[in-house]
Design a binder for this molecule. Sequence first.
Ligand code: CMC
Length: 485
Amino acid sequence: MAKAAKKVVKAKPKKAAAKPAAKKTAPRKGGRTGGCPMRPTSLSAPRKDNASRFKTVGSAQLTINGGKPVEFPIYKAVEGQDVIDIQKLYAATGHFTFDPGFLSTASTDSEITFIDGDKGILRYRGYDIADLADKSDFLETAYLLLYGDLPNKEQAEWFRYRVTHHTMVHEQLQFLYRGFPRRAHPMAIMVGAVASLSAFYHDSLDIHNAEERELAALRIIAKMPTLAAMAYKYSIGQPFVYPDNKLGFAENFLHMMFATPAEEYKVNPIIADAMEKIFILHADHEQNASTSTVRLSGSSGANPFACIGAGIATLWGPAHGGANEAVILQLQEIGDVKNIPHFIKRVKDKTDNFRLMGFGHRVYKNYDPRASVLRKACYDVLKELGQEDEPLLKIAMELEKIALSDPYFIERKLYPNVDFYSGIIYRALGIPTNMFTVLFAVARSAGWIAQWKEMIEDPTMKIGRPRQLFLGAKPRKFVPVTKRK
Ligand code: CMC
């Protein structure tokens, strides 16, 4: 449970000897790890209330069984679909709406990520995903998601420093890891380990305090790679490797994954670059299943680390983030280009539950824009690493070709999604298959925490509490066990 908002007593700024203005942004001296750049002022503006956020552009009328029409306002989207506000439907009509799987329901308004599934567009805070993947890096993108704008030089320096200096985790955590079987799936460990951060940062975290929320965000982004690499090291029986603050975000992750106390690991810049790109592409994806889980958990005021743990559990499923691992396992099962027709036949067989992993998306009914970036990156990385003849890539490309020309896939608008290619790249980079979804979680933690922060900062936030259409038994009398048939 979050604590009630604390009364923040602001310390009077000490009157320092007059310093030149430029010194303000220069690193502070002292501290064990060197100097932290000064925190830039005004990192994010407070969210507006509903009345100022929503622009009404019309109304929708609903008549139930010829009764009196009820009106609902329509709010304008900056881009994409406008929405009909049905919050008052129950009070006005006594009915609920029914929308399993949220096919037509916007669960929230948001300013973070925009997707146009028909046109294959994905933007973070207005920036095109391909542009960010090409020109930005993961930490800058995480800053963008959290604060709404790309950082200037001073802000970028501050953010990088703060994230870098929160990468270590409490030593006690290694005992939690040691309680897992060595063969545990790293996603199982991640669900527990990330949620367990709430045990370390609970009493000190007041979610109604902006600075404490920010610290929670920095901590989650910083510690995810450390926890992820620890899950891997534990599974192969190697000692945990501490983060190295000299390294960039992806570099540090690779270092913690592959260095050993006995041997230094030289990070290959091609691999680090590819990983930064994949992290950017996976950083956020508006109200997907895991993000909605984080928001729903967070709406009760729960500890954000516990909420992210819940998000990781949702991500693990093969219909969501677990698809990147499932793609590789499926390509291995297909085994040879000549076996593809057999698997395509299985897809079309209604009595067989078989699906081509890495194909289809709830929102994209066009090429997944993340897949377009990764498709190219996939070729580039494999070429640079001299792995163009990778047999799985051959099967994947043939599968893609056949699927894109087959009427079954065309009619259903099933295109390769981001996970079709990310798994192939991860494999080429030497990442073990069972770590693929963990990497997705590392990247998505930036989006999860940005979405959680946006929700908590909404002055009209309510606990998420869906309703249901009850189709169970009518009232009946209890019968003692001796009299039951
Ligand atoms: N292979 C074969 N058929 C498929 C596939 C597929 N991968 N995906 C959907 N279909 C068919 C499905 O059988 C149905 O056919 P019909 O109309 O004849 O019954 C039709 O397409 C619509 O499917 P749906 O299940 O109603 O679509 P959805 O929007 O609920 O599901 C999805 C989206 C991603 C869960 C689904 O496409 C899928 O299971 N894909 C494979 C798993 C995958 O790659 N997931 C990663 C998504 S991208 C990463 C992320 O953002 O999480």
